[in-house]
Design a protein around this ligand. Sequence first.
Ligand code: ATP
Length: 544
Amino acid sequence: MDKIVALCKRRGFIFQSSEIYGGLNGFWDYGPLGVELKRNVKEAWWRDMITNHDEFSTPPGAPSAFSMVGLDCSLIMHPQVWKCSGHYDLFHDMMSDCRETKRRFRFDQIRGRWVHVEKDARGIHRYFIMTDADTPEAGLEDTVVKACKFFDVRRKDAEAALTWQSPGLVGITPKDNLAHVVTPGATQPGTMTEPREFNLMFKTTIGALGGAEDAAFLRPETAQGMFVNFKNVLDTQRVRVPFGIAQMGKSFRNEITPRNFTFRSREFEQMEMEFFCHPDQSRAWYQYWRDRRYQWYLSHGLGSDRLRLRDHAADELSHYSVGTADVEYAFPFCEPGEFGELEGVAHRGDFDLRSHMEGKLVRDASGCLAVETGADGKPRHPGSGKDLVYFDDQSRERYVPHVIEPAAGADRATLAFLCESYHEDAQPDEKGALQPRVVLKLHPRLSPIKVAVLPLVKKDGMPELGLELYRNFKRAGIPSYFDQQAAIGKRYRRQDEIGTPWCITVDGQSLQDQTVTLRDRDSLEQVRMPVNRVIDEIAARLRG
Ligand code: ATP
């Protein structure tokens, strides 16, 4: 991971935000190459969802043909949106602070991870393992391994202590035993505060006077824009259920512990789609989108052994969801066997449209969703009161559509593509000596630059011919780069490192017979072809 972060900085993919002032934790800037890479990721998603979508044919595996439209909503929405969506009451994490080091931790990240080490009278180490009250026996071994790694304690020593403690491990529930926990960097145990709630929404105020009633929030997800515009889209577009509304754009979450490079940031971009369908067909649509979204990552170059589709267990589901699956990737910073979420595909039932009609919903005693009421019997967070029921003019049926939501992160996808494509090898230079090479084997459609034009030497008309070719690529809308500095091998390596799939070399022969060589980044194969065919060739390969 360190090498990837270093490459991102060295070659201008990703910089820390406000770096000259010491940086701002959880915020990132995309440099000249990074902005192109992320744009290409978003463009690939938009093309798949909207531009290339054919509403008159049924895609393989889909229950029927369907329509897709796009949207671009404001970042700040009416505060009632977040009250009805549940974010105002429920979008929080538990956090604990260390009084000594002043560090702050997300409680679910520390639970089960840390131990208090002490020596008994015989000089034997004892390990108190902080676990969840209901951590299964099988999960404890994993906890021991993580804890030993964290404290740099040999597993062998822990074994001795555990045997001594037999018959089993000491499972300590967090609430009563924070006093025994040593946080990293602290000298004393017991410096952790009790876990408390922390809402992740960024608060702001609207207008100059800015009283409490003017409080608003930066959106923590793009999804709500699609729900509150459901009727607008229906009334203005010629769409019928089933159809989807897609949006990509910035979201903000005041994450307690931003970490792992851009993986967990406080400002990030999402690519979300809300798919509205008939309740009877919703399970089939859920299955369709779950599989299709997984395939999208595979087809853009994420290796299947590091990518997985994981169905949530029943107790992991949100209170409204009847099914959720995550597309996950084994990032280099993940522990062995662990994965990081790239995208969640959720069956959300009619929760969202009903909440925006009737008011915030909660499960009642019988397990049904009902409007939450206050002590006065009125809705605690009233909905818009607008009719968001769909009327099917062919079947004459009225119903609240069910929603399937594939919610992806553009930054996490970009990071996964960077990690997957990073390779190191060695290639011979002009004199035959092996030179180390870093190469980003990005899918050509994602590469920031598609083709580099390289005159072999800076004389004899080669730069002129090269420049003309470079300009013709630009005119054809193919991002290209012209480089005539340094030995040709070095120039190839410069392009390999940023993932340019093809290099074109203009040499002495080019001036005589109007041919150039086309070099492939991955196979290293070089083919000669007429200069007037090379643009069509690259365009065809990009389409391929
Ligand atoms: P996590 O459990 O990792 O916090 P989440 O389940 O809360 O993620 P969702 O609310 O489902 O995430 O958001 C959809 C997608 O948005 C995620 O799959 C991820 O790709 C992206 N995303 C969410 N939070 C962040 C973040 N803090 N930084 C970068 N991307 C994020």
